[in-house]
Design a protein around this ligand. Structure first.
Ligand SMILES: Cc1cc2nc3c(=O)[nH]c(=O)nc-3n(C[C@H](O)[C@H](O)[C@H](O)COP(=O)(O)OP(=O)(O)OC[C@H]3O[C@@H](n4cnc5c(N)ncnc54)[C@H](O)[C@@H]3O)c2cc1C
Length: 392
């Protein structure tokens, strides 16, 4: 007989693990299905914002995450150099961290398991299982096995097979970044700052994106870049070559490996980063979308880990609340939560993303940012806003 669960979660990354941990707290019978065997890598900058750190603390991982490298602020090159600090917010850390995704995601999944969730690794979801009315009632694994539940959370990442299987049309025109990164040794001192490089030129066009160097501690650095697909020629960019060009702009005395060497040891990987809500509403009967499958990446910065944790926790909580009060046909409680948390910011993000795709606009924006009078004015108002509880 097929085993039934209250909640079936496809994907055990940060959004799926957070959803599972949250739902399991209530005593619900939860299963997480991930196609990978952990520890597994995920192409990422490995940067945890202060808000991501705060969600990990809320999940009871405050002590465990002290092992990760601490980040005290951000150095931006636009191309002139300026400094940003994390805002001081009551009850919130004023620092970030960097954590390899192999370690972070394994820790999160174990945490969900110790809260009572069943974790099945090497379980690849092929698509949704529907009832006669089209409601999602479980998932079908690649080996043909069905895993059934009262509700399903699609936490299966940027290329979500559940979303594809359901042919989801979003009410909002979310968008995507293409990002590429590698971790490597650099012959330079360790640092406690995220470094962001805003000048990113492709055939003379300023791109809507940035390059980054995130210190991991112990002489290791995560280096990468990303750009959004509102730039009309984004498909002409060979991400690997472009990344190689970026590495060559960095100081020769750092003795960084070439992109060819990085390719050889398979540490350079590109991935999509969906933003601005690519699945809206964030649910359909029987299923809720969280993290990258929702298109939850933060507009402008693309920080997706804190958003995956926040939407995962909310999806876990709202799914159980709806199941207890009305059933799986209606998850508008989750929609309202997400709209209230990020609706305005993501709407602005969709608008600015379109503008930023025009190279002349991007170039002008960068010139303005490079002007310290304009920048001081802008940062003052952003800093004020950042101190409001909902901002990352
Ligand atoms: C290059 C790059 C750099 C980034 N840098 C940062 C950064 O520095 N900081 C930050 O905050 N965000 C960053 N992001 C964004 C961040 O990585 C994502 O937003 C975040 O991983 C989303 O978490 P998730 O749990 O929704 O999805 P994922 O982390 O992608 O997890 C999805 C899980 O689903 C599993 N899965 C997929 N398909 C199936 C299937 N068919 N069956 C079963 N399981 C399946 C996968 O194995 C995976 O474990 C970056 C993104 C990219 C591409």
């Amino acid at each position: 007989m097929t085993e039934r669960f209250d909640l079936v979660i496809a994907g055990g990354g940060p959004s799926g693990a957070a959803a599972a941990w949250q739902a399991a707290q209530t005593g619900a019978k939860v299963v997480v299905l991930d196609k990978a065997e952990f520890p597994r890598d995920k192409p990422c900058g490995d940067g945890l914002t202060a808000r991501a750190v705060s969600y990990l603390q809320k999940m009871g991982l405050a002590h465990e995450i002290t092992q990760f490298h601490k980040i005290s602020g951000v150095t931006v090159y636009s191309p002139s150099q300026w400094e940003l600090s994390f805002p001081q917010r009551p009850g919130m850390p004023d620092y970030g961290r960097t954590a390899s995704r192999a370690e972070l995601d394994t820790m999160l999944l174990k945490h969900a398991e110790s809260a009572g969730a069943v974790v099945r690794q090497g379980a690849e979801v092929a698509g949704p299982e529907l009832d006669a009315r089209g409601r999602v009632v479980g998932v079908i694994l690649k080996n043909g096995e069905k895993v059934l539940g009262d509700a399903v959370i699609a936490a299966d990442g940027a290329y979500s097979p559940l979303k594809r299987g359901l042919k989801i049309d979003s009410d909002y025109n979310g968008y995507s970044a293409i990002a590429i990164r590698s971790e490597m040794h650099a012959n330079r001192p360790d640092s406690d700052r995220f470094e962001i490089y805003l000048k990113l030129l492709f055939q003379g066009d300023q791109l809507p994106g940035y390059g980054w160097i995130f210190p991991m501690g112990g002489g290791r650095f995560n280096i990468g870049l990303g750009y959004v697909n509102s730039y009309k020629n984004w498909q002409s960019i060979n991400a690997t070559h472009f990344f190689g060009d970026f590495l060559r702009t960095l100081p020769a005395e750092w003795e960084l490996p070439s992109v060819e060497e990085l390719k050889k040891n398979k540490s350079v990987r590109a991935w999509r980063l969906p933003m601005g809500f690519t699945a809206w509403p964030p649910w359909r009967p029987g299923v809720l979308f969280a993290g990258d499958s929702l298109g939850a990446g933060k507009p402008v910065s693309g920080a997706g880990i804190s958003k995956a944790l926040e939407s995962g926790l909310a999806a876990g909580e709202c799914a159980i609340a709806a199941l207890e009060n009305g059933g799986p046909d209606d998850f508008t409680n989750y929609q309202q939560r997400m709209e209230a948390a990020w609706g305005r910011e993501y709407k602005r993000g969709r608008f600015f993303n379109k503008l930023a795709g025009i190279p002349k606009v991007s170039e002008t924006g960068l010139k303005l940012l490079d002007n310290h009078t304009f920048r001081d004015f802008l940062l003052k108002s952003l800093y004020k806003k950042a101190q409001s509880p909902s901002h990352t």
